[in-house]
Write a protein that binds this ligand. Structure first.
Ligand code: NDP
Length: 244
């Protein structure tokens, strides 16, 4: 039986590339999605076409009860869980003085609270496996800050402190917890940037180009594998040198 990996927000962008990567690495992939059933089904189909195995699982991460139900469904399969990737995220840019309460709530609930609730529910399952791993997708802006993204940056910086603490809690059970902090990656989330904005961003990226979802996925693949068995509580930047 293949080990299972759950990727939240696996329906699109970075999450979809992580699903492809982990399926190619031999995992049975649980492609979580919130609202994009069709996109999640396409990821499953693509993985199966490439010779892997996957299935999609719906859950609105804004609802705590739905998260409990998601993990009850995974536990009921009795197939275990070896890897959790907390990837789903929401980014709503605004200068702090114009930040709406509802946008702050949405970012905090999906980016931080849901990731913590998923981590809590997954811990029990991960502890039962050998060499299991949890990976949070935070952001470079949680490390270096970004004007117009203070609330988003706060939700991502919180994930870093959370992960380092959890890495210490779970280390004796051989469950590793790490964080990946992408820089600017071309996905729907960054699709709205104007050419002028992209040029301004590129001036801050020493390598001189924007990343792709695969650039992040390959690092997650490494952190999910035994090649990283001595790495826990770390933050790995995938940002073209934007933050060193
Ligand atoms: P996308 O906007 O392309 O995709 C977001 C994913 O999150 C989707 O799969 C979406 O599922 C899921 N999601 C959002 N809200 C909910 C919800 N309420 N319930 C369930 N699922 C939800 O994002 P990216 O691929 O660009 O980003 C992935 C992660 O990487 C995020 O955490 C983001 O903050 C982080 N990141 C991205 C960067 C970038 O440049 N793109 C840079 C740094 C970090 P569905 O569509 O099915 O609802």
């Amino acid at each position: 039986m293949k080990p299972q990996a759950l990727i939240t927000g696996g329906s699109r962008g970075i999450g979809a590339a992580i699903c492809d990567q982990l399926a190619a690495d031999g995992f049975h992939v649980l492609v979580h999605y919130g609202h994009n059933e069709t996109a999640a089904a396409q990821v499953v189909e693509r993985i199966q076409h490439a010779g892997g195995t996957a299935e999609s699982m719906q859950c609105d991460l804004l609802q705590s009860d739905a998260i409990i139900d998601l993990f009850a469904r995974i536990t009921a399969t009795k197939k275990g869980l070896k890897v959790l990737v907390n990837n789903a995220g929401v980014n709503i840019d605004a200068l702090l003085m114009r930040m709406q309460d509802k946008d702050l709530d949405a970012m905090w609930t999906v980016n931080t609270k849901a990731a913590i609730l998923c981590a809590r529910a997954a811990s029990r399952l991960l502890m039962k496996e050998n060499g299991s791993s949890m990976i949070q997708i935070a952001s470079v802006v949680g490390e270096c800050g970004s004007a117009g993204q203070s609330a988003y940056a706060a939700t991502k910086a919180a994930l870093i402190g959370f992960s380092k603490s959890l890495a210490r809690e779970l280390a004796s059970r051989q469950v590793r917890v790490n964080v990946v902090t992408p820089g600017y990656i071309m996905t729907d989330m960054t699709g709205g940037l104007t050419e002028a904005q992209k040029e301004a961003i590129l001036r801050t990226v020493p390598l001189g180009f924007l990343g792709t979802p695969r650039d992040v996925a390959s690092v997650v693949g490494f952190l999910a594998s035994s090649s990283s068995r001595y790495i826990t509580g770390q933050v790995l930047g995938v940002n073209g040198g934007m933050y060193m």
